[in-house]
Design a binder for this molecule. Sequence first.
Ligand SMILES: C[S@@+](CC[C@H](N)C(=O)[O-])C[C@H]1O[C@@H](n2cnc3c(N)ncnc32)[C@H](O)[C@@H]1O
Length: 232
Amino acid sequence: MNAEPRYTDQYYKCTTRQSQIIDVVHGKTVPLNDIPSPIDWKELFCNTHPVEIEIGFGKGRFLLEAAKEFADVNFIGVERAQKYVELTRQRFLKYMQHYAVDRESGTFENVRLAWTDANYFLSRYVRDASVNAIHIYFPDPWPKPRQQKRRIFRNKEFLSAISRTLKSNVGRLFVVTDFAEYFNEIQERIGTHTTLKPVPHNSDDYQHIATNFEIKYQIEGREIYRAVYEKM
Ligand SMILES: C[S@@+](CC[C@H](N)C(=O)[O-])C[C@H]1O[C@@H](n2cnc3c(N)ncnc32)[C@H](O)[C@@H]1O
């Protein structure tokens, strides 16, 4: 296997200085540092519904559609690029404005945006066996050999955080990519470094909700590779 990435405390200090949790509906932003770790989901969402995490939500299409369709699931989207966090915040606000969504209606009360690094968030802020699903759609493939060490699935701390935070027997990881070589590597690394096992797609899976990248690649006619894993 190729080189491992070097994620150090210094790296996280630089990339997570401004980390925030954003409640779009109520326009509230809290520095991540001000939230006690591990996060108490009940306190964050004011309910005991299951929690699912989307990592690298980009322009936020999946997050918005999933939150709309599954109102009894709490979704927390994690994205490290500020520009995409802001774009997604605006996407929710525009939707609410366009469809005259009343802020008191409860719509999108089940969503929080986390502007931070996913590995930092999972490994420092998420309690063991507290998450029902993790969604990772079109993770950056870093195709050049010298950049491949940046692939998120190369990070063993990240893989172990996925294993640790998913609930046993129900917790599922959803992965989609258009990059065949990376897809093979992801499968191999999940098999070697986690306690997750591949499972067939169910009819209640999220496959019908396309992300922004998926829509773009479908139009281009690219092949899309999907996998679902369950924590044993
Ligand atoms: C190729 S884009 C895919 C966006 C979206 N999932 C989609 O399918 O349209 C990958 C996204 O992951 C985000 N990302 C990459 N590494 C990340 C990390 N360590 N923590 C949080 N977000 C990350 C990037 O900023 C980018 O928005």
